[in-house]
Design a binder for this molecule. Structure first.
Ligand code: TMP
Length: 262
């Protein structure tokens, strides 16, 4: 394959120059990080699962009219996307108390919230992604008031849709994080579109009956079974096409007639 120009490398993904102007290739890595990359591991097969899961969700959101950067999946680990100017905000939508909200406000994990809550965090590894208000966002020019309105309404639509989608496969969408970007069309009009990814890396997904965590909290909290949890989400969504081989498992011996020996 031709050597592609690397545009950006994040903790879990790499962006390469795309085949056409205005396109990029988004490559999903197996790296898992938490606590601003203080904790790091390789989880063999995670990238391929997130690529599939995120493709599925972005296509479904596109179907209901949510504009996204997604064009098509290219292979196991990569998708073609539109190049956007990322708005430097992590937009978190919460339906149930958990994680940093529980810690900050002393709410028991799993307790119901009076309504869905949106929070904004300023994307800055150096500052540890501090929580910010709309006042900060508009005063410092990270987004305009109109863009914030658009982001909020898209975030709520995405949440309503995803709560139902996951409920249909026996999963409670506790909370999740999304990112948005500015896309210029031919008339140089700017549009806000959903960017980045939606996968168990950036959601809290709890099994409805057992309460089992099917997301990156398994890695953050050393619960084990990270890959199996991601596979379970992919399986329930109907996008698990093949089982990634666990790390360390060698090649499987196959006999000359194609069967596995006993
Ligand atoms: P929090 O409870 O730690 O603030 O996380 C809220 C949601 O945002 C949760 O679903 C995990 C996701 N998230 C990310 O995707 N990236 C991050 O860097 C953090 C801190 C959270």
């Amino acid at each position: 394959m031709n050597k592609r120009r690397r545009i950006y490398e994040g903790k879990a993904k790499v962006l390469y120059e795309g085949p056409e102007p205005g396109t990029l290739i988004q490559h999903f890595k197996d790296d898992a990080t938490a606590f601003n990359a203080k904790k790091h591991a390789l989880i063999d097969g995670k990238g391929a699962l997130n690529n599939r899961i995120s493709e599925y969700i972005f296509v479904k959101l596109g179907d209901i009219g949510v504009p996204t950067h997604f064009i098509k999946r290219l292979n196991m680990r990569e998708q073609l996307i539109r190049e956007v100017e990322i708005i430097p905000l992590e937009v978190v939508i919460r339906n149930v108390a958990a994680g940093s909200l529980s810690t900050r406000l002393g709410l028991e994990e799993g307790s119901a919230l009076p309504r869905s809550i949106i929070e904004y965090y300023y994307k800055s590894d150096k500052l540890n992604d501090p929580m910010v208000s709309e006042e900060h966002i508009t005063a410092f020019g990270w987004a305009t008031p109109q863009e914030i309105d658009e982001i909020m309404s898209l975030a709520l639509r995405i949440n309503d849709f995803l709560v139902g989608l996951f409920l249909g496969i026996g999963i409670r969408l506790v909370d999740f994080k999304v990112e948005f970007g500015r896309l210029w069309d031919n008339d140089q009009q700017v549009r806000i579109v959903l960017a980045d990814e939606i996968s168990p890396d950036c959601c809290r997904l709890w099994d409805i009956t057992s309460g089992d965590k099917l997301d990156k909290d398994r890695f953050r909290r050393d619960l084990g079974g990270v890959l199996e949890a991601y596979q379970e989400v992919a399986r329930r969504l109907g996008v698990l096409t093949e089982t990634p081989r666990p790390r360390g498992a060698g090649p499987v011996l196959v006999t000359s007639n194609g069967t596995k020996p006993n």
